[in-house]
Design a protein around this ligand. Structure first.
Ligand code: NAD
Ligand code: UDX
Length: 471
């Protein structure tokens, strides 16, 4: 079966870039990305490519090439579903904030709504692809909805799991050159095999066959949660070591290098930091913990939960270190934040460590001044308000946002590096130092600055995992 028309429900950080790349690589397929968020769709359609709702290096070029040819962004969800022979569900699956599983389980209401809408609208056979990250065995719930809530016609549905492994900030290169593409499907029936093959041939347009893995649906669903759990675990593991390094005169960068050269361990994902953020790691591990608990696997649940607890600790201890270093009080002191995004090269702030560090410092009545090259001002306030720690007006009063890093740092008692944006390395640090209160402190939560040079200028420096720089 040759796919001619793809619909993707959800025009977010995954749906947008993924479909843009599919459209660019498969000119014979019409790809329509739909969303109920009108503003988001309008932004995807904006003539001015700097206004795309997702910032990713290289994405504007790909959208420019495909948009209007075989890539479309629309709010007409029903029409796009009806016309498609393959439908990707790429909606958000946040942690539940209410009821059973609150704070842990994935909230599947958006997924269920999509399934019901597909069932209601479809008049021809569809391959439904789970692109969102989902708890293992969700496909059976989707199948049950599709098969039992339809309009009574004889429409047939095949469900595939095709989790997305792109990382933000490198989404385009990850999509163009993925380590692997994972496709889970019903490999026990001819119709199931045909559906798998149809999706394999879409990716086969640019991904070498040996990198396209096919598995049963459950392995595919669970592999996504497992991959994120393993990745996050590496960060928490090196962050745990960073604290020990600070006490023992070991240097976490040297330790990471030494262990990373062991090919069994590998060099990637060993960068100690102020704590991992992003929309996926925490949510997916909590989900994994919840699933394990529902099967009564308490040891499994506790094991993975520790990854989150370690991460919370790392964010908190970074903030507390700022407070204790600044003579145990930050009340009324200006603290400059360089970076608010959860990592460089993205405008995404979901679960960013910066939010939690800011929250701790605001509790101590600090005056925070933020500069981030890509994050919008309103987003920062929304992030803080979401925590519900204090009234919105108090967040507005305690945090100011600057369009210029030198302005943000002027008169500050301390600078905290929260995101590893490359431009931070190129600043005129002497100029920044001259305009700060003394002693001028720097807390490098990303290990990106050259501390020797900064110390020569006169800064008092702290870097995660480095005892030599301990104050
Ligand atoms: P997102 O919040 O950026 O986008 C989801 C979009 O879905 C939103 O624009 C929302 O309006 C839309 N939506 C929700 N319900 C809808 C409905 N019924 N009809 C039409 N549109 C609807 O989320 P995201 O970051 O793109 O993540 C989507 C999924 O992909 C999640 O399950 C996530 O875990 C997974 N994932 C994310 C990443 C990542 O880096 N962000 C990577 C891999 C996997
Ligand atoms: C992650 C997974 O990498 C990706 O495969 C999945 O599809 C979605 O979740 P993402 O969250 O976009 O991607 O970014 P990632 O590069 O994994 O970084 C996550 C967080 O960990 C960031 O806050 C990053 O700064 C932090 N991190 C990462 C570290 O602190 N140290 C590291 O060595 C690596």
């Amino acid at each position: 079966m040759k796919i001619k028309n793809i619909c993707c429900i959800g025009a977010g950080y995954v749906g947008g870039p993924t479909m843009a790349v599919i459209a660019q690589k498969c000119p014979a397929i019409k790809v329509t990305v739909v969303d109920i968020n009108e503003q988001r769709i309008a932004a995807w359609n904006d003539e001015d490519l700097s206004k795309l709702p997702v910032y990713e290096p290289g994405l504007d070029e790909i959208v420019a090439q495909a948009r209007g040819k075989n890539l479309f962004f629309s709010t007409q969800v029903d029409e796009a579903i009806a016309a498609a022979d393959m439908i990707f569900i790429s909606v958000n699956t946040p942690t539940k904030t209410y009821g059973k599983g609150k704070g842990m389980a994935a909230d599947l209401k958006y997924i269920e709504l999509c399934a019901r809408q597909i069932a209601r609208v479809a008049t021809s056979d569809k391959i439904v692809v789970e692109k969102s990250t989902l708890p293992v065995r969700t496909a059976s719930a989707i199948k049950s909805i599709l098969d039992n809530t339809g309009n009574g016609s004889s429409v047939k549905f095949q469900i595939l799991s095709n989790p997305e492994f792109l990382a933000e900030g490198t989404a385009v290169s990850d999509l163009l050159n993925p380590d692997r593409v994972l496709i889970g499907g019903d490999n026990t029936t001819d119709a199931g095999k045909e559906a798998i093959e149809a999706l394999v041939s879409v990716y086969g347009q640019w991904v070498p066959q040996e990198r396209i893995l096919t598995t049963n649906v459950w392995s595919s669903e669970l592999s996504k949660l497992t991959a994120n759990a393993f990745l996050a675990q590496r960060v928490s593991s090196i962050n745990a070591m960073s604290e020990l390094c600070e006490k023992t005169e070991a240097d976490v960068n040297e330790v990471a290098r030494a262990i990373g050269m062991d090919s069994r361990i590998g060099a990637k994902f060993l960068k100690a930091s102020v704590g991992f953020g992003g929309s996926c790691f925490q949510k997916d591990i909590l989900n994994l913990v919840y699933i394990a608990k529902t099967y009564g696997l308490n040891e499994v649940a506790d094991y993975w939960e520790q990854v989150i607890l370690m991460n919370d600790h790392q964010k908190r201890r970074f903030a507390h270190n700022i407070i204790s270093t600044l003579f145990n009080t930050v009340s009324g002191k200006k603290i400059a934040f360089l970076g608010w995004a959860f990592k460089k090269d993205t405008n995404d702030t979901r679960e960013s460590a910066a939010i939690y560090v800011a929250d701790e410092l605001l509790n101590e009545q600090a005056q925070i001044a933020v500069y981030d090259p890509k994050v919008q001002t309103q987003q920062m306030y929304t992030d803080l308000d979401y925590l519900n720690t204090r009234p919105s007006a108090a967040n507005q009063a305690g945090l100011t946002v600057h369009q210029n890093p030198y302005e943000a740092c002027k008169d500050a008692h301390a600078i905290a590096i929260l995101t590893e944006w490359d431009e931070f390395k190129t600043y005129d640090w002497q100029k920044i130092y001259d305009q700060m209160q003394k002693p001028a402190f720097i807390f490098d939560g990303r290990g990106i600055l050259n501390l020797e040079e900064l110390e020569k200028i006169g800064f008092v420096c702290y870097q995660i995992g480095s005892s030599a720089k301990q104050l």
